[in-house]
Design a protein around this ligand. Structure first.
Ligand code: ADP
Ligand code: ZN
Length: 431
């Protein structure tokens, strides 16, 4: 059940020794890049003098803006001809950042993904259909090579084109898929349009990731298709997928600490929060040569789940990501994350598969409108039922987010559907 038993179940003491060794190596390597070379000079850090992991905190965290300011090669630590691949982020929050890999980096990354997929049960005998965008986005090629390393038969389907996806699933008896959660819900509607049951496939495992989603959403996807869905977390700056992944216990994601040092910091003070408390995940690469990144501020909010995992792996677990710090909406002084709305909606029977939050400002007043797709039967019958459902949604949302949103009910498939990450919020407020 382990891809690399020794490393996955390494004792915490041995892991600490390994981390320090890799950290020292990484710092020496990073000093060769323009950015860290200058930074180390400025703060007077000599990598050869680093004696403990705590020394890492002397280095100021790296941000997406730092990567952008030294675009494109300022973080590269090897001669250009050692680089064999470039990827980029999706550009969800601004100009996309680019990451370069050596052949060694790609091999390490591939191994991490093989480790993740093997952990959840993928084997050589599986047929793996990768429904992620190929190309610059890391979810395509990353998983592709990981699955090939396990020896599965890989179908590089790419994103979108739902009818063809379903055809491929059927024709080649796909057993494992990789899919964006919001797209998984959409795809189930396409099954229904084709008068097919989404449960009527051979799929037994799905990897869902790339965007925040609640436990309720996972359960809804699992119930619709009858497979197990495992949460996959990563970001292009840390290779892409393969940073943290759910094991069969499905209670938190193991973060691969032989490859990354994970810190959870208070985003305002940048001080560590006590174990188990929520904060921003900050990551340091431990095995990357092409472009090592130290103390990268992911902007993703999570917490460490205290205690041991029954699966036997010793790498700590993070809780599913609540959202990015930039996703937080502030309305009438209340902080709200889109995932809170999603979680409530998924609990209400009759709610469909997509929603959109719209923020407006009138004078000094902010308003939130939530457009919610509801099941078709509500539009065929009694208007009273529609109104009852609307009121219920307003009440349920209000109980969680403490303000009263306007709720508009719309027909299935009428809200914009993305092939990539879902866009949950439109903010029309002007500052
Ligand atoms: P961008 O930052 O431009 O979206 P990436 O494609 O590198 O580009 O996306 C990484 C980000 O996607 C993460 O920082 C995180 O915010 C989000 N993400 C990835 N996987 C998950 C997941 N399983 N749950 C929640 N958010 C995720
Ligand atoms: Zn586990």
């Amino acid at each position: 059940m382990y891809w690399e038993k020794d490393i996955e179940t390494i004792s915490r003491d041995n892991l600490a020794v390994l981390q320090l060794e890799n950290l020292r190596h990484t710092l020496a390597w990073a000093a060769k890049s323009f950015y860290y070379g200058e930074l180390f000079k400025k703060i007077g850090l000599a990598p050869e003098n680093v004696r403990s992991r705590a020394d890492l905190t002397k280095i100021p965290p790296t941000t997406k803006d730092d990567l952008r300011a030294h675009w494109p090669y300022g973080f590269v630590a090897v001669p250009r001809d050692e680089l064999v691949r470039m990827h980029s982020s999706s550009g969800t929050t601004g100009r996309a950042t680019v990451i370069f890999h050596t052949a060694g980096d790609l091999s390490e990354w591939t191994n991490l993904l093989a480790r993740c997929m093997y952990m959840s049960g993928m084997r050589k005998s599986d047929v793996f259909q990768n429904m992620m965008t190929y190309g610059l986005f890391t979810g395509g090629l990353g998983f592709h090579y990981g699955a090939e390393r396990i020896g599965a038969l890989v179908i590089p389907a790419g994103a979108g084109n739902s009818k063809r996806q379903i055809q491929l699933l059927k024709d080649f008896e796909t057993t494992v898929i990789h899919i964006i959660p919001s797209y998984a819900l959409h795809l189930s509607t396409v099954f229904e349009e084709l008068r097919m049951d989404p449960k009527d496939t051979k799929i037994r495992i799905a990897y869902v990731g790339a965007e925040p989603h609640s436990e309720k959403m996972r359960q809804k996807i699992e119930a619709l298709y009858g497979f197990k869905a495992y949460n996959s977390y990563g970001l292009s700056e840390m290779n892409g997928p393969g940073v943290a992944f759910e094991c069969p216990v499905q209670n938190g994601l193991h973060i691969w600490e032989d490859n990354f040092i994970a810190e959870i910091l208070d985003p305002a003070t940048l001080q560590p929060v006590p174990d188990g408390e929520e904060g921003e995940l900050v990551l340091t690469t431990l095995r990357r040569e092409g472009m090592p990144i130290l103390r990268y501020r992911t902007k993703d909010l999570t917490r460490i789940i205290p205690g041991d995992c029954p699966c036997g792996r010793t790498h700590r677990r993070i809780e599913r990501i609540k959202g990015r710090t930039d996703d937080m909406m502030i309305l009438k002084g209340v902080n709200i994350f889109p995932i809170q709305i999603e979680k409530k909606l998924m609990e209400i029977p009759g709610v469909g598969k997509n929603f959109l939050i719209i923020l407006d400002r009138e004078g000094f007043n902010d308003h939130m409108t939530v457009k919610v797709e509801v099941e078709r039967q509500f539009f065929d019958g009694d208007l009273k039922h529609l109104e009852q459902l609307r009121k219920r949604i307003v009440e349920e949302l209000k109980s969680d987010i403490l303000i009263t949103p306007k709720v508009d009910l719309v027909t299935p498939e009428s809200l914009p559907q993305s092939e990539g990450k879902a866009k949950r919020v439109i903010d029309n407020r002007k500052d």
